[in-house]
Design a protein around this ligand. Structure first.
Ligand code: G4P
Ligand code: NA
Ligand code: NA
Length: 188
């Protein structure tokens, strides 16, 4: 998606070896017009996939997923990163480990927001190691629903997420695919 690539080149900042800071338009301040275009592009890509619901993971996936769900005309469900102590009986939960942030959390979904006839599009801001998306897929499968695909704004193609998911038969669409960071510059 040219619009997103241009924005990354203009306003993104490479931090260290493998982090792209996009605080000015995705992760902290949010460019709503860009999010709307992102939602349209996601919806266009997945329009024939039979999507019944959009799932995202709090918090940075929410803005683009709002516009995606609106364009597709389906409900949006925000998966929560819950503290294990708040476990309730009517939820599906699975542990997600983040290598980038060296943390883990219980990805949580109330059982009444999914049914076995759902075909779910997962939307997130970044795809790195694919742990968050894999956790979302585990929850969807626990509920005997199916996955329509994964749409991400930015993937770091040099990290294993994309390949790991495709090898499980998940269709992955990345609007901006970063091949490498070279001398502090983004290479698509
Ligand atoms: P994975 O799901 O692909 O395995 O990703 P990982 O655990 O490595 O990522 C953990 C968090 O770090 C995620 O945000 C993810 O979006 C973010 N992240 C990963 N790589 C980058 C990067 O290069 N730049 C930026 N800005 N973020 C990155 P999160 O903890 O779920 O937080 P939230 O922002 O959604 O609230
Ligand atoms: Na995220
Ligand atoms: Na993030």
């Amino acid at each position: 998606m040219k619009l997103l690539e241009d924005k990354i080149l203009q306003e993104g900042n490479v931090l260290g070896e493998d982090i792209l800071k996009v605080d000015g338009f995705i992760n902290h301040q949010v460019d709503i017009s860009l999010m709307e275009e992102i939602g349209r592009d996601m919806a266009e890509h997945f329009k024939d996939a039979g999507v019944t619901k959009v799932f995202t993971i709090e918090s940075s996936g929410i803005a683009p997923s709002v516009f995606t769900a609106k364009e597709l005309g389906v409900p949006l469900v925000i998966l929560k990163k819950q503290n294990p102590k708040t476990l309730r009986t009517e939820v599906w939960q699975t542990e997600v480990v983040s290598y980038t942030k060296n943390t883990s959390y219980q990805l949580t979904l109330a059982k009444n927001y999914i049914s076995d006839s759902d075909h779910i599009l997962i939307i997130d801001d970044f795809l790195a190691n694919g742990e968050a998306a894999t956790g979302a897929i585990r929850l969807i499968r626990k509920a005997h629903a199916t996955v329509a695909g994964l749409g991400v704004l930015i993937e770091k193609a040099f990290q294993p997420g994309h390949e790991k998911l495709e090898s499980q038969g998940i269709h992955v669409y990345a609007q901006a695919s970063i091949k490498a960071f070279e001398n502090g510059k983004v290479v698509f």
